[in-house]
Design a protein around this ligand. Structure first.
Ligand code: DX5
Ligand code: ZN
Length: 217
């Protein structure tokens, strides 16, 4: 699979979401961070905003649910137009059932790990997933520094994916920028979320292209 760059709308201007989404229409997916002020200490947006965004852009939506009880809420994000739904394993009551439900409803099923959550206990779940997200910051805020200590986990996850011969995408999220994206790619990530590195740039579309070139090197 070609490497993918997913700009995170979290770093965009929320009063101009439709324009901000259109500004990165060359990107593969638009990453939408849903936070509930319980699973993480921050509050962003919910189902109605995702529904409006999905009508405002042709770029498919990659919804990252940083919420409690994703088992209950994930289906609503698919109905609102999400093409991919990521739940946190730390929050899910029944990750296998949830992944199957997401797929059955026609979206890509993805599971996220916070920095302190190891991949090894979840090896047997990998065939149930279309993407695995290794967080490279503590979830909750954009603009944080990339955690280098996550590189070994990215490497181990890539080895597990390859060992099982899976098509699973390996996403990294948090502190991904021109300075860090190559380390992530070398470690085996193939989907890169970038918030401040894209929306903090003068030309967000150009920033996406530059990140893509760096990752492909
Ligand atoms: C953080 C979010 C990220 C955030 C990344 O909890 O999950 O998607 O937008 O922002 P940057 O790229 O600025 O670290
Ligand atoms: Zn995210």
């Amino acid at each position: 699979m070609a490497l993918q760059i997913n700009p995170s709308i979290l770093s965009a201007d929320f009063s101009r979401l439709a324009d901000e989404a259109k500004a990165v229409e060359g990107a593969d997916w638009l990453h939408v961070d849903v936070m509930d002020n319980h699973f993480v200490p921050n509050l962003t947006l919910g189902v109605p905003v995702v529904e409006s965004l999905s009508k405002a852009t042709d770029t498919p939506l990659d919804c990252h649910l940083m919420i409690e009880d994703p088992d209950r809420w994930a289906p609503q994000y698919i109905e609102a137009g999400a093409g991919s739904v990521t739940f946190h394993v730390e929050a899910a009551a029944a990750p296998v059932r949830l992944a199957r439900e997401i797929r059955a409803k026609g979206a890509r099923a993805s599971m996220a790990l916070k920095p302190a959550t190891p991949i090894e206990p979840y090896e047997d779940l990998l065939p149930e997933l279309d993407m695995l997200l290794v967080m490279t910051v503590e979830p909750g805020f954009g603009g944080q520094a990339f955690l280098d200590i996550m590189l070994p986990k990215i490497r181990r996850t890539r080895q597990l994916i390859d060992k099982h011969g899976l098509e699973l995408w390996l996403q990294v999220d948090g502190g991904v920028s021109a300075a860090t994206i190559q380390r992530c790619a070398e470690a085996g990530a193939d989907v890169f979320v970038a918030g401040s590195a894209v929306y903090g740039a003068q030309d967000p579309a150009k920033a996406v292209t530059e990140l893509r070139h760096l990752a492909e090197q």
